[in-house]
Design a protein around this ligand. Structure first.
Ligand SMILES: [Zn+2]
Length: 445
């Protein structure tokens, strides 16, 4: 068990290493994840700090709630939320053991080092330090180590809000990710993820007529039609949309009078991002477009049978303010005349966003001005989804934040999510620990 010192670096490093080694890999099946291992670890680490509650909607899928009850029932409540599960790895792509949790030249390596065991660990350490210092908040402070974030929160955040709302609801929620230092002409900017895109995952059924593979002339081959469907989706270029979060993000980046107007013009942005570093271009594109990625194809049974049915899956990501019917209309536009000959099934999980002028925003601004001199916050939109969406829908103000040192560059950081060689520097771990501690004192203390 980590030991206690004034400087949190060693303690948060130890805890992160243990979380990585627990290998709570969530492959999307109900029996995977086994977050119980990290709940055991964190409940032991936080023993004696606050009131503990463990929920287990399915065997092994545990989440831990730890509460420091506030003295004033009318004061706002704050939750620090970190997920304990991680996505699978392909060890071939890694230069280190993905579950070794090794420390090399000041970096902790392993699956989850940036998504998001780093923050799950630093939030726990901050909570422990607050409790040990005798912190008696006015508003309740909650730490939630949550299961199943990587597979839509079914056995985690979504379940908890549906079944144990009183235990987990908070006015303000802080979870991944954000807070990476972005250098600008006018000082460092720290993106706060105030919103995230929605998903409109779609399954496209393509039909044909079965026949013998030896006589393909003029057959109605579902696989051939499916190939054209995929081609059209890949070639589709929907119009960019400039929304308020994007506008404020771009203005905050201080990119100068040449670049800024291009990034705010829906007709010019596509050309403007082409020459940016790829990681950045992808992020900028995702933040301003509904995106369509064909990701799965199933079809055919045998080499000598013309297939009569192929299913395709398309990962569609929607923007703030966009509805399911809006996304479907775009998909149909992409498919053109093929839209009428296929069947489309979709699951609409819309984009969510929190307001930007809130006490939580102000608190983060005050705290980061001290921890990261000369910095300023900018709002940002996340291309992926986090558990924040459930809390925003339940009425919380939810932001994705953290704090990172300059050893982690914005482009590298983005590519490490679910990628190879995931790692985080120890300075960032210490900074995040200070951040959570300071925000708790500032906002609910
Ligand atoms: Zn995550």
């Amino acid at each position: 068990m980590p030991t206690r010192t004034e400087d949190p670096t060693a303690e948060v490093t130890d805890l992160l290493q243990l979380l990585i080694r627990n290998q709570c890999v969530n492959d999307g099946t109900v029996s995977s994840g086994e977050e119980i291992r990290s709940v055991d670890l964190l409940a032991g680490y936080l023993a004696g700090a606050g009131e503990h509650e463990i929920y287990e909607p399915r065997p092994g899928r545990q989440s831990l709630v730890v509460r420091l009850e506030g003295s004033d029932p009318d004061a706002p409540t704050l939750m620090l939320m970190g997920h304990t599960d991680v996505v699978p790895v392909n060890p071939d792509g890694w230069s280190r053991d993905p579950f070794g949790g090794e420390v090399i030249e000041g970096f902790v390596w392993g699956r989850g080092a940036v998504d998001m065991l780093n923050l799950t660990a630093s939030q726990a350490v901050a909570f422990r330090r607050l409790a040990d210092s005798g912190f008696k908040p006015k508003g309740t402070l909650i730490y939630l180590a949550v299961a199943d974030e990587e597979s839509q929160g079914v056995w985690g955040a979504d379940w908890l809000l549906q079944h144990e709302r009183d235990s987990v609801f908070a006015d303000y929620v802080l979870t991944e990710s954000g807070g990476i230092q972005v250098p600008t002409a006018d000082g460092v900017r720290l993106p706060v993820l105030v919103g995230e895109k929605g998903t409109y995952w779609s399954k496209i059924h393509v039909h044909g007529t079965p026949g013998h593979g030896s006589q393909p002339f003029h057959t109605d081959n579902a696989l051939v039609t499916a190939a054209e469907v995929v081609r059209r989706i890949a070639a589709y270029r929907p119009q960019a949309q400039i929304h308020e979060v994007w506008r404020r993000f771009v203005e905050g980046l201080e990119l100068g009078p040449d670049m800024t107007p291009l990034l705010l013009d829906p007709d010019k942005i596509d050309d403007a991002i082409v020459d940016l570093p790829l990681g950045l271009a992808r992020t900028f594109h995702a933040c301003t477009h509904t995106t369509f990625a064909p990701t799965v194809a199933h079809g055919g049974t045998k080499t000598n049978v013309i297939p009569d049915h192929v299913t395709l899956e398309v990962d569609i990501r929607t923007l703030p303010g966009q509805s399911g019917p809006d996304a479907l209309a775009l998909l149909r536009e992409a498919l053109g005349d093929l839209a009428d000959v296929v069947d489309i099934e979709s699951n609409d999980d819309p984009s969510t966003a929190s307001a930007m002028d809130t006490p939580l925003w102000d608190s983060l601004g005050r705290v980061t001005a001290r921890l990261c001199e000369g910095s300023a916050l900018i709002p940002s939109l996340m291309a992926g989804a986090t558990d924040n969406r459930f809390f925003r829908r339940a009425g919380s103000v939810g932001y994705g934040f953290g704090l990172f040192s300059q050893r982690l560059a914005y482009e590298d950081y983005a590519t490490m999510f679910h990628g190879n060689d995931e790692r985080v520097d120890q300075e960032s771990l210490a900074l995040s620990t200070h951040l959570w501690e300071a925000v708790a004192r500032d906002l609910v203390g």
